[in-house]
Design a protein around this ligand. Structure first.
Ligand code: GDP
Ligand code: MG
Length: 176
C-alpha cells in the first residue's frame, strides 16, 4: 500500500471453559504479565486488546474473556461471532473440566465461522511430571477428536503463555 506498511492485522480470540479453570489468569499473564493467586470472579470486562508484531506485521489481538457467565452456561452467540480463534480452557488438575471442553467447543463452533481451535490446559505448575504425563495423554485424545491443537500452560510461572498466543495468532492468519 502507499504507506509501505505490511498492513495492520486485527484478530478476535474468545476464551471459554468452566469457571475457575484460569481463563482470566491467562489473559492477565499475557496482556499485563501478572499473576494473581487470589480468586476473583471476572466482572464486566468484555475484552482486552494486545498489540504486538509477528515478523514485523503489526497485530492487534482482541481477547474476549467471559465475565462469569460461564457459571450459568449462558454465553450469548454474539460473544463468539467473528472469532477467528477459539480457545477452550480446562484445568489440568480437574478431570471434570476436561470432559466439559467437548460441549464448550461445540457451542463455540456453532457461532464462530471456521475458527482455528485450541484446547488449553492450565495450572501445569501444580502437577508432578508423572501426573502431567497422565492427563496429557487424555487431553491429546480430546484435542484430536475436536481437531484442536493442545497446549499446556501455567499462568503462575508464565510457561507457554507467550508461545501459545503467538502460535494462535499465526495459525489464524494462515487460515484466513
Ligand atoms: P476463570 O474463572 O476461568 O477466569 O479462572 P481465574 O483466572 O479467575 O482463576 C481461578 C483460580 O485459579 C485463581 O485462584 C487463580 O489464581 C488460579 N490459577 C489460574 N491459573 C493458574 C495457574 O496457572 N497456576 C496456579 N497454580 N493457579 C492458577
Ligand atoms: Mg474469569
Amino acid at each position: 500500500n502507499r504507506t509501505g506498511r505490511v498492513g495492520l492485522k486485527i484478530t478476535k480470540g474468545v476464551l471459554v471453559g468452566d469457571t475457575a479453570v484460569g481463563k482470566t489468569s491467562l489473559v492477565n499473564r499475557f496482556c499485563n504479565d501478572v499473576f494473581d493467586r487470589d480468586y476473583k470472579a471476572t466482572i464486566g470486562v468484555d475484552f482486552e486488546v494486545e498489540k504486538f508484531s509477528v515478523l514485523s506485521v503489526p497485530i492487534t489481538l482482541q481477547i474476549w474473556d467471559t465475565a462469569g457467565q460461564e457459571r450459568f452456561k449462558c454465553i450469548a452467540a454474539s460473544y463468539y461471532r467473528g472469532a477467528q480463534i477459539v480457545i477452550v480452557v480446562f484445568d489440568l488438575t480437574d478431570e471434570e473440566s476436561l470432559h466439559h471442553t467437548v460441549k464448550w467447543m461445540e457451542e463455540a463452533c456453532q457461532s464462530a465461522d471456521s475458527p482455528v481451535k485450541f484446547l488449553v490446559g492450565t495450572k501445569k505448575d501444580l502437577l508432578s511430571p508423572a501426573a502431567y504425563a497422565d492427563i496429557e495423554q487424555r487431553a491429546v485424545k480430546y484435542s484430536q477428536r475436536m481437531e484442536a491443537e493442545f497446549w499446556a500452560t501455567s499462568s503462575k510461572t508464565g510457561e507457554n503463555i507467550q508461545d501459545f498466543f503467538f502460535r494462535a495468532v499465526c495459525l489464524s492468519f494462515d487460515a484466513s
